[in-house]
Design a protein around this ligand. Structure first.
Ligand SMILES: [Zn+2]
Length: 425
């Protein structure tokens, strides 16, 4: 059986959620975003000064470790520790040499961020550490269906710690399920990269950079700041949105969903973007308009960045795509990249703030590191407290289509609080 082209796989990573209350459409692969504000957090005054907020960015560290002070209070120390990996040159097969790095004793979670040219797709191909293999390229556990739909990196999708590829910048979160034990010690990684041209994926020979961001404690609660961007879709503007019933109703819904994970919404900033982004075309990979829009987050600071557009074109045939997440997970503390935001389509939500908030929470869930409870091809998430069957799965936020419930399990809550964009509450 022929495998799908890398093009299909790349866009499979861009998890699409379709609106269909009765006919659940196959949404190939998965990925997106999610966050929630506190019920009484309200919103901040619109940011119309034209001056981006200070970019908290990441801690500067050219090499070696930045000490993150361990603590036993349950409050996460911000910012995270950071380790810059040596730049690597990929070979004729697109693979990097082995990269070794050391994490300090007491590390409880970390994220690997790989970066390359904006048109190059990359992934953590293999990773092993003190606890054994985290990411493998051994695809022997894949079913025939998975071989067909998961594509060349199906083994990584089925790895003990699931990872997916992405374009320009890719992020991976460890651990993203309770079966993975993360600790300090020595790790060995191989990255791999391709450049998609038409229907072909050609091994990328060139430079990749990377860093590891880590934490020494996980908070029992967290806070997430938001940035909302308006293209003029739905006649919404940054000036009007703070009092708009649709936007504010959706934020209330988002807050209530994320409250299940002890996440509250912190500051909310409002921005306008060019009207050319009202319709996002070529989400099948034939255009980079989505990535260009997400790069408008440059200089806007930390938090989850939501873009409100009219519609997406080039997606699922017959399906109305309601939202897309840049990255699964998205790159932490790194605005201005291909994957630094989440986009939601107002044409798909019929003016309903409940549906809009649901889509925002689902896509935000992807961006923070959550996969679908189960893909339509049967591949289940790696969390023991989410349903394995699609019927029960419909009660959960991360069911791959809108129309059901918005439950978030304890394991899912733990995963999203590991994402470094979530700060101590
Ligand atoms: Zn999804």
């Amino acid at each position: 059986m022929e495998r799908p082209s890398p093009l299909v796989i790349v866009r499979a990573v861009r998890t699409l959620i379709s609106v269909a209350s009765f006919a659940f459409l196959f949404a190939c692969g998965s990925e997106e975003e999610g966050l929630n504000p506190a019920p009484d957090s309200g919103t901040n005054a619109p940011n119309d000064s034209g001056t981006p907020p200070a970019d908290s960015g990441v801690v500067g560290a050219d090499a070696g470790f930045v000490d993150a002070t361990p603590n036993d209070t349950g409050v996460v120390v911000d910012p995270p520790g950071e380790l810059t990996l040596p730049a690597v040159t990929t070979g004729a097969n697109g693979d990097s040499p082995e990269v070794n790095f050391e994490l300090p004793a007491g590390v409880v979670s970390f994220m690997i961020v790989l970066e390359g040219p904006n048109d190059v797709t990359m992934i953590v191909k293999r990773l092993s550490g003190p606890g054994g293999v985290l990411v493998t390229d051994d695809d022997s556990a894949l079913t025939q269906l998975e071989r067909l739909f998961l594509g060349p990196w199906g083994a990584q999708f089925k790895s003990p710690n699931r990872v997916v590829q992405d374009i320009g910048i890719s992020s991976s979160l460890f651990p993203n399920n309770p079966g993975v034990n993360v600790s300090g010690g020595s790790y060995t990684m191989v990255a791999s990269a391709v450049r998609i041209q038409g229907q072909n994926g050609n091994p990328y020979q060139g430079t990749l950079t990377g860093k590891v961001l880590y934490r020494m404690a996980q908070a029992s609660a967290g806070r997430l700041d938001l940035h909302l961007y308006f293209s003029g879709a739905g006649n919404l503007t940054a000036a009007a949105a703070p009092t708009d019933p649709l936007v504010q109703g959706a934020l209330q819904k988002l807050s209530s969903v994320y409250a299940q994970a002890n996440l509250t919404v912190g500051a909310v900033d409002y921005h306008d973007v060019d009207a050319s982004f009202r319709t996002i075309s070529g989400i099948d990979g034939s255009s980079d308009q989505l990535e260009r829009m997400f790069r408008l987050t440059e200089g806007r600071g930390a938090g989850l960045h939501y873009f409100f557009v009219d519609r997406f074109e080039g997606g699922l045939p017959g399906g109305m795509v309601a939202g897309i997440s840049g990255g699964l997970p998205g790159p932490p503390l790194r605005p201005g990249t291909n994957n630094s935001g989440v986009a939601v389509a107002l044409a798909a939500i019929n003016g309903d703030p409940e549906i809009l908030g649901h889509v925002m929470a689902h896509e935000g869930g992807h961006w923070l590191g959550l996969f679908h409870t189960a893909e339509f091809i049967g591949t289940q998430d790696q969390l023991s407290d989410t349903p394995s069957d699609q019927t029960a799965g419909q009660n959960y936020l991360m069911y791959p289509a809108v129309g059901g419930g918005t439950m978030v399990s304890p394991s899912q809550s733990t995963v999203i609080r590991h994402h470094l964009e979530v700060v101590g509450g």
